[in-house]
Design a protein around this ligand. Structure first.
Ligand SMILES: Nc1nc2c(c(=O)[nH]1)N[C@H]1C(S)=C(S)[C@@H](COP(=O)(O)O)O[C@H]1N2
Ligand SMILES: [Mo]
Length: 173
């Protein structure tokens, strides 16, 4: 489930950009080749949509988001990140949530490569947040001093989106 069309795979053009207030102030680009040199991790987690459905016990595999943070760290005072996907989809998350050992840039679900429909080649899963906070077709993120609302956050959804606290709507903030 997603907003807008499923992007056509363009492996030749794919890259991952880490920008905004990085530690050294410059924008960094991660190629697929470089990404796949990172150690692979596995995370078993539910997917919670804010519209009251969940897909339980998915077995995700891919790369730890915090390994990418470590490669391209933010400036010292940063607490907020905007995560971007194809077609300008964006979600804001706290750096702390993206740094969770269970936040995964997934390439596979239940042993099979992601389909285009479900986010290939790479999607972010932050298990304890509602799944709109995890863009399919992710292409990078930006570090920010201030909160910048993402796509759904601008349309009435919650800044934090903790699924266990049922933080769905902005009026709960
Ligand atoms: N790029 C992008 N990622 C997205 C979305 C979207 O609209 N665009 N929707 C989110 C929402 S609301 C949900 S519930 C999940 C759905 O994932 P699925 O299609 O694999 O079930 O993707 C999330 N990631
Ligand atoms: Mo959702």
């Amino acid at each position: 489930m997603h907003y807008g069309p499923v992007p056509r795979p363009r492996p030749d053009r794919w890259d991952f950009t880490v920008g905004g207030e990085t530690l050294d102030g410059s924008e960094h680009r991660l190629t697929w080749e470089k990404l796949t040199e990172l150690p692979r991790i596995e995370v078993t987690a539910d997917l919670h949509c804010a519209t009251h459905w969940s897909v339980l016990d998915n077995h995700w595999s891919g790369y730890a988001a915090r390994d990418v943070i470590e490669l391209f760290p933010p400036a010292d005072h940063i607490h907020h990140v905007v995560v971007y996907a194809e077609y300008g989809y964006a979600a804001n998350v706290e750096l702390e949530d993206l740094s969770s050992p269970r936040a995964i840039l997934a390439t596979h679900r239940n042993g099979e490569a992601l389909t285009s429909e479900h986010g290939a080649p790479l999607r972010l899963i932050i298990p304890h947040l509602y799944s709109w906070k995890g863009p399919k077709w992710i292409r990078g993120w930006e570090y920010h001093t201030e909160i910048n609302r993402g796509f759904w956050e601008e349309r009435g959804y919650h800044l934090k989106g903790d699924a266990w606290r049922e933080e769905r709507y902005s009026h709960q903030e």
